[in-house]
Write a protein that binds this ligand. Structure first.
Ligand code: NAG
Length: 389
């Protein structure tokens, strides 16, 4: 994690930083027809008296019945904290809080960085279709942390603890040297579930990116580095990974933060999601004359290319402080990032997901829960649009 003190810098580098009045206007509530395209629909608007940033770090999921789930961090006065999971059965037009993602084992609360994942196959004693939920469980005094994994076998009505993925002896705060852990991301690969996360526990690095694997959801392997800079002050952070079925390449995005860096979004390409350490990294820079980059908290997905009949697809990435998405083809070459405006609110760790509508069409679901330092506008918002190309 990096709590971005980079807003001024990032905005200086971008044409797209909107004034906050424009953001406020863009997330007014309004009636939306089921299963249509829309932008900036409010899922949840936090009470005004919550602590800044009030909401942050959106994540989504679609279940096989086409219902949608959305969750985010909340900065509520509750102790212990829990993470709300909202549900929509009409393509994101209307939402209700459905369940809380509770810490059931540490007595601390579930505070940071939810991630939702549908098991694509039977695994670890759970059937395909089981919902896995990961979050960072942290006590109110931020003294330590677990990244924990839970499962729901009843479509998110209840979640039960499975195992601790990682322990951080703390403090669970950003300064280098504090043994914090953050931002888990899950991916199945060759019979293993991989959990990627950010790690401040290694005394040689301010922060590095690592992964661990499991074959049974209970026992987790020793960690393997994915990105560690060759200097202490590096803070590569916030792994997400996407896979192209066409090129068979895995692409990992991360924010390149630290005292010498400005959180420009970078990426690596690898034949395996377990060997990112040896892959070179490049920044995402738009291939138009403006040469724009996203800064901070990236997210990447892959989907088949609209209209393509040969199986080819596109990677779609985004980062903070830029409402646009960055599209690349299956090779993910550095000169092929095309920046496309999508008219959705930007956000810290804005989530991208391909969903299927009632006609079986693929749509892009974008979910933002706002940013630090936006106390008048933070809300959990979603947009649904045609897959850009
Ligand atoms: C930018 O990249 C896209 C692929 O994502 C490619 O189709 C396009 O031709 C590139 N544009 C330029 C100016 O190179």
């Amino acid at each position: 994690m990096t709590i971005l003190a980079h807003f001024t810098l990032a905005c200086a580098a971008l044409a797209s930083c909107l004034p906050s009045s424009a953001l406020a206007a863009s997330i007014d509530s309004r009636a939306i027809s089921p299963w249509t395209n829309f932008n900036n629909n409010v899922v949840f608007r936090p009470p005004a008296d919550w602590t800044d940033p009030r909401t942050l770090y959106a994540r989504t999921l679609q279940l096989s019945d086409k219902s949608l789930l959305a969750t985010c961090e909340i900065y509520a006065p509750d102790d212990p904290l829990s993470l709300p999971i909202f549900r929509s059965t009409d393509g994101g037009a209307t939402w209700k809080e459905y369940i809380r993602f509770y810490d059931k084992v540490n007595g601390w609360g579930m505070r940071y960085q939810p991630f939702l994942y549908v098991l694509p196959q039977d695994f670890g004693g759970y059937k395909a279709g089981t919902i896995l939920a990961v979050g960072t469980s942290v006590p109110k005094d931020l003294s330590q942390a677990y990244i924990d994994i839970y499962a729901s076998t009843d479509k998110a009505k209840t979640f039960n603890f499975i195992s601790h993925i990682a322990y951080g002896p703390g403090p669970e705060t950003v300064p280098n040297g504090n043994k914090a852990i953050w931002e888990a991301f899950l991916l199945m690969y060759q019979g293993k579930l991989v959990a990627f996360y950010s790690d401040q526990r290694d005394p040689n690095y301010g922060q590095k990116l690592v992964h661990t694997t499991t074959t049974n959801l209970r026992d987790w392997s020793p960690i393997v580095d994915d990105v560690a800079m060759p200097y202490y002050d590096g803070r590569p952070g916030m792994t997400t990974v996407a896979y192209s079925k066409k090129s068979k390449k895995y692409v990992m995005t991360f924010e390149n933060c630290g005292s010498e860096k400005n959180c420009q979004v970078n990426y690596k390409v690898s034949d395996s999601p377990l060997t990112f350490a040896s892959a070179p990294y490049s920044p995402i820079v738009s291939n138009d004359t403006a040469q724009v980059s996203p800064y901070g908290s990236p997210y990447i997905i892959w989907t088949s290319k609209p209209g393509a009949t040969d199986g080819s697809g596109i990677f779609i990435a985004n980062g903070n402080y830029d409402a646009s998405v960055y599209i690349n083809d299956d090779r993910a070459l550095p000169q092929n990032w095309k920046r496309v405006s999508i008219n959705q609110k930007d956000g810290y760790s804005r989530a991208l997901r391909i969903i299927s509508n009632t006609k079986g069409q693929q749509k892009l679901l974008v979910a933002s829960a706002g940013n630090f330092g936006e106390p008048d506008t933070n809300a959990l918002t979603v947009g649904v649009l045609d897959v850009p190309s």
